[in-house]
Design a protein around this ligand. Structure first.
Ligand SMILES: Nc1ncnc2c1ncn2[C@@H]1O[C@H](COP(=O)(O)OP(=O)(O)OP(=O)(O)O)[C@@H](O)[C@H]1O
Ligand SMILES: [Mg+2]
Length: 787
């Protein structure tokens, strides 16, 4: 017999004779075959024997070389992962038994079934008290089709401990497993009994143990409880049914909805906000997981129904009588094994070793799964591989400072937690069609498809929800100008602050405000600071430095410096726009996995890299605000470099760092003393406008001007041009930072400073009308232009 002595002893312990063992075909595996045959990887397995089922299917009993550490449970029996449950029909059981009408026994485990069969009780093994059902349903697994159940007496023989409490004093939920099994058998026409094995001094007794000590006659004397039909809910393939009972018989079932499985009880860290984790399928066969708050069961259920519909549940019975049944089911259904999960309402770090995403979590959690149960889902999704992204998107960033910066920015948010730093955002600003949105899309493609990018306009109402849903994740916000300056201020303020408003709940208690960590990148034709400032709201210095405005225009090809062989910026932009629609998300997930794995050493490494960056770029004697922004940029550089050395970008080491330094310089130039180039361009644009339109679009201020002036830009006299504010800002200074431009023009004596230090307009009267205008001194306009 090809059996290891230890294995043989184990089989003898169940009272199996050598003949039975031989006939059942147990085999000890050769050590070199263990991993390949069983799929066990990391476990310290010493030896394994195979338990053959039919059709080449097997289960394995594992023997370990060492005891499991306290609190760790190791499986004794396994099947290859991914294989469905099967029935163990002993080879010693006569074929004719399957189709006969004589009593048939079911017990938990292969050896027990063999022993019972050996003693003359025809018995079939289930591999666990839950393993008789098809996943996600209450239907019997297909193997039951080999057995005649109709009109037959079936006795279920669980181990003696099935009604005991678990270690935590909670029911083990095996009762539910046994009765649901009984129900499934009854619905196939069986008459079902449960045999009660008595426990003994040593603890749990299985059918094999019992039959070692007692005779079959003793067994038949034990309590055999007949199970009667009770009304119940059952998920069958595709649908959820209600089975009523009348006169001791099941009635015709009522279909109440598409199948909805209850997977686990959920509750938050304070053990409140209870819910149930549901799973159901939509019409496209896509599985949906939803942690349903129990509070939705309190009303008439209409909110619950609309949520379920919205999430894709294809069908709910509308009959007035049936409707309460769904609520009833969701109220009473128990998850298999009484499973529990914690729910959290934000993505991101749960603790140092677990990162929560709506699509599943990365890392490990000590006792139970953590599930995301938020109001809004960030649309993290994946198409194509890491390599696809690198080849089609990543490599085009090389040599392009704004793209390298944007993509690096997308990697920062998950680092904020361990490096414990504040939120911050950057805004790529500049004139239309320079490629700003393209840059933003490249950043977003690290995490998801087209839906990942948010729009400023759409954030207003749901901001707090959106931000908590992006906790520890990147946020990309397009088109700043589409929200009012007032709103932009509020949004930017809140995002950078990392906290929502504290509100009172119905009882008047202050409800904790929502909090988040995030990094955001925005685009706009104007600077964020300027837009915010123009709302009249003073933005606090602290907030201002957490929002860095970076000119999108590199002075070469709009946003781009290196066209990678494309004819022009538009072509490269078009390529990138197409590529980010085809390849996205894989890099973000791979990055997170790396970050979780490196969680221990990473913060120090990142801090070091950041410090080096600050030292390299920060001008001597720079003020505190500048070094703070340098610190944020340092984090961007560090994130980009970290992603690069982990082969997630296709860039060379140093690329992200250099690009971030270039962007920092651009920020610095734009912020204070402007870069010389930008000043030149402002002066040039003003001169050009006056040259081109000084006559045609300006009416004479005093005296009669009989001409019809189309598209009037303002008025003039011999020394001045009085320019209408809209024309000044939108036409003449188009693409410039208006605040900076005013400063430059005033310094050069071209623009007359106004009384209001912000606006610098002056009031003039024309035809008895007062209007605000910008006053340009014509003489100085043509001067050398030095302050
Ligand atoms: N660097 C560039 N040079 C020339 N044309 C460009 C450049 N980048 C983009 N474009 C053109 O502008 C179009 C829009 O690109 P994108 O949305 O990135 O620009 P944007 O800067 O966000 O503009 P807007 O301010 O209008 O939103 C592209 O399809 C392309 O035709
Ligand atoms: Mg745009």
């Amino acid at each position: 017999m090809a059996l290891d002595p230890q294995h043989l002893a184990d089989l003898h312990k169940s009272g199996l004779t050598d003949a039975t063992i031989e006939q059942a075909g147990f085999v000890s595996l050769r050590p070199c075959d263990i991993e390949r045959e069983t799929g066990v990887g990391a476990l310290p397995v010493l030896s394994v024997y195979r338990i053959p089922f039919d059709n080449g299917y097997s289960r394995f009993k594992l023997f370990y070389s060492e005891d499991a550490p306290v609190g760790v449970k190791r499986p004794k029996y396994i099947q290859k992962s991914g294989q469905a449950n099967r029935l163990y029909i002993p080879a010693t059981l006569a074929e004719s038994e399957l189709q006969s009408f004589s009593t048939l026994y079911f017990t938990e485990g292969e050896k027990k079934a063999l022993k019972a069969t050996q003693e003359g009780l025809p018995c079939i093994g289930i591999t666990g008290l839950w393993n008789w059902k098809r996943k996600g349903t209450d239907d019997l697994i297909p193997d039951f089709g080999k057995i005649n159940l109709a009109g037959r007496e079936i006795v279920i023989v669980p181990d003696s401990d099935w009604l005991d409490l678990g270690k935590d004093e909670n029911p083990k939920n095996l009762k539910s497993a046994v009765y649901r099994f009984a129900t499934a058998l009854m619905l196939r026409g069986a008459v079902v009994k449960i045999a009660y094995l008595p426990a003994d001094k040593t603890g749990k007794v299985g059918l094999d143990d019992y039959l070692m000590q007692h005779s079959v006659a003793d067994f038949s004397e034990l309590k055999h409880e007949k199970v009667f039909p009770r009304s119940c809910f059952r998920n069958e393939v595709g649908s959820l049914y209600f089975y009523g009972v009348k006169d001791g018989m099941f009635e015709t079932p009522v279909k109440i909805a598409a199948a909805v499985e209850v997977l686990a009880f959920t509750r938050d860290n304070r053990n409140e906000a209870w819910g149930k984790m549901l799973r159901f399928r939509d019409k496209d066969n896509v599985d949906h997981f939803w942690a349903m708050p129990m509070e939705l069961l309190s009303g008439d259920g209409s909110e619950l129904r609309s949520k379920l519909y919205e999430k894709g549940l294809p069908y709910i019975s509308v009959g007035r009588k049936h409707r309460p049944l769904l609520l009833n089911y969701l109220q009473t259904a128990q998850p298999d094994k009484g499973r529990r999960a914690r729910c959290v309402d934000r993505t991101g770090w749960h603790d140092e070793s677990l990162f929560v995403l709506p699509v599943g979590s990365i890392g490990t959690n000590g006792d139970e799964p953590i599930v995301y149960q938020g109001k809004t889902d960030p649309v993290i999704s994946q198409k194509g591989s890491v390599q696809d992204w690198i080849e089609n998107v990543g490599i085009y960033c090389v040599g392009n400072s704004r793209l390298l910066f944007s993509a690096s920015m997308a990697f920062v948010a998950p680092l904020l937690y361990s490096v414990s730093t504040e939120n911050f955002g950057a805004n790529l600003f500049g004139s239309s069609s320079t490629g700003k949105t393209t840059g933003l899309k490249v950043a977003c493609s690290v995490w998801g498809g087209r839906e990942y990018m948010l729009r400023w306009r759409a954030t207003g109402n749901g901001l707090e929800g959106i931000a908590t849903a992006h906790n520890d994740l990147f946020m990309g916000l397009d088109e700043l100008a589409q929200v009012s300056s007032h709103e932009a201020g509020e949004i930017a303020y809140m995002l950078a602050n990392g906290a929502g408003k504290t509100r009172a709940n119905r009882d008047g208690e202050a409800r904790a405000s929502k909090k988040w960590r995030t990094c955001f990148l925005s685009t706009g034709e104007i600077t964020l600071s300027e837009h915010v400032a123009s709302s009249g709201k003073k933005i606090k210095a602290g907030q201002e430095v957490r929002l860095a405005d970076i000119p999108a225009d590199t002075g070469k090809h709009g946003l781009f410096e290196d066209l990678h062989g494309f004819d022009n910026g538009a072509k490269l932009s078009q390529h990138l726009n197409a590529a980010v629609g085809d390849y996205y998300g894989a890099v973000g997930i791979a990055y997170l996995m790396q970050v979780v794995e490196d969680a221990q050493e990473l913060p120090d490494a990142i801090r070091k890299e950041r410090a080096a960056f600050v030292a390299a770029v920060c001008p001597k004697g720079a003020d505190g605000q500048v070094s703070r922004v340098a610190g944020f940029f340092g984090l961007v550089a560090a994130a980009g470099e970290y992603a690069t050395i982990n082969r997630l970008t296709g860039w060379q080491e140093g690329d992200a760092r250099t690009a971030t330094a270039v962007c920092f310089k651009a920020w610095l130039d734009n912020r204070g003393g402007a870069g010389a180039k930008e000043v030149d361009r402002i002066l040039e644009d003003v001169r050009l406008f006056i040259e081109n339109h000084g006559d045609s679009r300006f009416a004479l201020k005093d005296g009669d001007d009989t001409r019809t002036i189309i598209n009037r830009a303002g008025y003039r006299d011999n020394e001045h041009y009085y320019i209408l504010p809209e024309t000044f800002k939108r036409e003449i200074l188009k693409g410039h930072n208006v605040a900076l431009a005013k400063k430059v023009l005033i310094e050069r004596g071209i623009l007359q400073p106004g009384n209001d230090t912000n606006r610098h307009t002056k009031k003039i009267r024309i035809d008895n009308q007062t209007m605000n205008v910008f006053v340009i001194n014509a003489d100085n306009l043509n001067g050398v232009g030095e302050p």
